[in-house]
Design a binder for this molecule. Structure first.
Ligand code: ADP
Length: 470
C-alpha cells in the first residue's frame, strides 16, 4: 500500500506526539505519583530515625539534646517513653500531633503484637492548614527490648504529610503553560524541519516529474542537506543520460530511415527503369539491385543483432581457432581496395596465434574496424593491420592515418548510434552502431579493447584476446 502522507505532516505529527508524550510523563510524575512518592519518602525517614534512636537506647546513650536535634533536622516529632526515666513527652515539642491515650495504647499493643516490635499507622487530622486541606500524620511505633525481652522503651516518631493539592494545582497550571509552549515550539520546529528537509525533496521530486515530458533542466542547487544535494546530482546525471539516449534514438531513426530509403530508392528506380527500357536490363544494373538488397539486409541484420545482444539473448559459439589465419583470410576481402582505390594496406600478422572465442563474431568486429579505417582514412589511404603476441594475450589492431577522433568523442564512439559527424552523408557505411556491436561482442569475450587516436593523425582500434595455450 502506498504511504501518501506528506513528509511535512509526518514531521509535524511525530513532533506533536513527542510533545504529548513528554507532557503526559510530566503529568504522571508530578500530579499522580507526587503524593505516594512523598509519603513513601516520609515513611522511610521516620523508620530510619526510630531505628537510630532504638540503637542509642540499646547502648544507653540517648540524650534529650540528641532527640531535639533529630527532631529539628528531620522535621519529625519524636516521643520516647522509658520505664525508668522519661525522656520526652508530647508537650516537649510544639506542633507534635496530638495522641489520645486510647490511640497511644492501640499503637503500642499493635507494635507488641508484631514480630519485630514495629507498627506503622496513619491518621487524618482535623487541623486545617492554610490551603483548607486536612493533612495526614504518619506514626511509626517501635518497641525497644532489653536482653531479657522486657520492653525497655517505646519510640514513636511521627511526621505530618502536608497536603500536596496546593502544589499540584500550581504544577498543573505550569503544565498547561508548558503544553502551550510545546505546541508553539512543535509548530516552529515543524516549519523549520519542513524547510530544511521536505522542501528540497519536494523540489527534486517536482523536477523528476517533468523528466518524462522532456524537460531535462534541473536546478543544480537544492539549498538542502548533503543527501538531498546528492540525490539532486544523481537526478541531474540521470536527466543528462536520458537526454543523450533520447537524442541518440532520434538520430538513429533519422539515420536508419535515410540508410533504408537510399537502397530502396535505388532498387525501385533500377527496377522501374528496366521495365521501361528493356535495353537497360543489363547484368550490371541487376547487380546494382542485388548489391543494394544485400546492403539493406546487412543493415537490418546489424540492428537486430544489436538489440539481441543488448537483451543478452546472444550466446557465443566458442571454439579454439587460429586468429592469425582468420585475419589473414579476412584481409583478402580488402584486396579490392588496394587494386581499385589506391589503398596501401600493410599486414603485420604473426603466424600461428591461437585464441578461444566465437570466430564469426570476432570477424564482425575486425571487419567493422577495417571498414571504419577505410572510410575514415582520408587522403592518405594507408592502413596497417597487426596481429601479435603480447604478455597478456593476442593483440589485434587496425591503424589508419586519417582524420582521427576528437578527444571529447573518444569515450562516446562505442555508444549506440553515436556519430562524430553530425551530418549524415554516408550511405555505404553503417548507422553508427558498428562499434557498439563490436563492444558487445568484445565484452561477451571479456576481451580488453580500445582506441588510440589523435585528431588529424589517425586512429588505432585494438582488442586483446587471451592467448589459448594448447
Ligand atoms: P558508423 O557506422 O557511423 O561508422 P561506428 O559505430 O562504426 O558507426 O562508429 C561510430 C563513430 O565512430 C563513427 O561515426 C565515427 O565518427 C567514429 N569512428 C569510428 N572509426 C573511426 C576511425 N577509424 N577514424 C575516425 N573516426 C572513427
Amino acid at each position: 500500500m502506498k504511504n501518501r502522507v506528506s513528509l511535512k505532516w509526518k514531521i509535524g505529527r511525530t513532533l506533536l506526539l513527542f510533545g504529548v508524550l513528554v507532557i503526559a510523563l510530566l503529568f504522571l510524575f508530578q500530579l499522580i505519583l507526587l503524593e505516594p512518592m512523598y509519603e513513601h519518602s516520609k515513611i522511610k525517614a521516620v523508620k530510619a530515625i526510630s531505628e537510630s534512636i532504638a540503637d542509642k537506647i540499646e547502648d544507653d546513650e540517648l540524650t534529650s539534646e540528641y532527640l531535639s536535634q533529630a527532631q529539628m533536622q528531620s522535621d519529625t516529632c519524636i516521643r520516647v517513653f522509658q520505664s525508668d526515666s522519661y525522656v520526652m513527652s508530647e508537650g516537649d515539642f510544639r506542633g507534635c500531633p496530638m495522641l489520645k491515650p486510647d490511640e497511644l495504647n492501640e499503637m503500642i499493643a499493635n507494635a507488641a503484637a508484631d514480630e519485630d516490635g514495629e507498627y506503622l499507622s496513619k491518621t487524618n487530622t482535623d487541623l486545617m492548614p492554610a490551603g483548607g486541606e486536612g493533612f495526614r500524620n504518619i506514626f511509626f511505633t517501635k518497641l525497644v527490648e532489653d536482653d531479657d525481652d522486657a520492653i525497655k522503651a517505646i519510640v514513636i516518631v511521627s511526621a505530618g504529610i502536608a497536603a500536596v493539592n496546593a502544589a499540584t494545582n500550581a504544577l498543573s497550571n505550569q503544565l498547561l503553560y508548558i503544553g502551550a509552549i510545546m505546541v508553539v515550539l512543535t509548530l516552529l520546529l515543524t516549519l523549520m524541519l519542513n524547510r530544511q528537509i521536505a522542501v528540497p525533496l519536494a523540489r527534486i521530486n517536482e523536477s523528476a516529474k517533468h523528466l518524462p515530458e522532456g524537460s531535462y533542466e534541473i536546478d543544480p542547487k537544492t539549498n538542502g542537506y548533503r543527501e538531498a544535494q546528492e540525490l539532486n546530482e544523481t537526478l541531474q546525471q540521470a536527466a543528462a543520460d536520458i537526454q543523450k539516449a533520447d537524442k541518440a534514438k532520434r538520430d538513429l531513426i533519422a539515420n536508419v530511415s535515410h540508410d533504408l530509403r537510399t537502397p530502396l530508392t535505388m532498387i525501385s528506380g533500377y527496377g522501374e527503369m528496366m521495365i521501361d527500357l528493356p535495353e537497360e536490363k543489363t547484368d550490371e544494373n541487376i547487380q546494382v539491385i542485388i548489391d543494394e538488397s544485400k546492403r539493406l539486409n546487412a543493415l537490418v541484420n546489424d540492428l537486430l543483432d544489436l538489440s539481441r545482444m543488448q537483451e543478452k539473448k546472444i550466446t557465443l559459439q566458442k571454439e579454439v581457432f587460429s586468429l592469425s589465419d582468420m585475419i589473414s583470410s579476412e584481409m583478402r576481402k580488402y584486396d579490392v581496395y588496394r587494386m581499385q582505390d589506391g589503398f596501401t594496406i600493410e599486414e603485420e600478422i604473426e603466424p600461428g596465434l591461437t585464441a578461444e572465442g566465437d570466430s564469426s563474431r570476432l570477424k564482425q568486429v575486425f571487419n567493422n574496424f577495417m571498414t571504419n579505417a577505410i572510410h575514415y582514412s582520408g587522403e592518405r589511404k594507408h592502413i596497417i593491420v597487426r596481429v601479435r603476441k603480447e604478455q597478456d594475450g593476442i593483440r589485434t589492431e587496425v591503424q589508419d592515418f586519417g582524420e582521427g577522433i576528437d578527444e571529447k568523442d573518444i569515450a562516446n564512439i562505442w555508444d549506440r548510434y553515436y556519430k562524430v559527424d553530425k551530418e549524415h552523408v554516408r550511405v555505404s557505411s553503417g548507422s553508427g552502431i558498428g562499434l557498439s556491436i563490436a563492444r558487445e561482442i568484445l565484452e561477451l569475450h571479456r576481451a580488453r579493447y580500445g582506441v588510440n587516436s589523435v585528431k588529424g593523425q589517425g586512429s588505432t582500434f585494438w582488442f586483446i584476446l587471451p592467448l589459448h595455450k594448447a
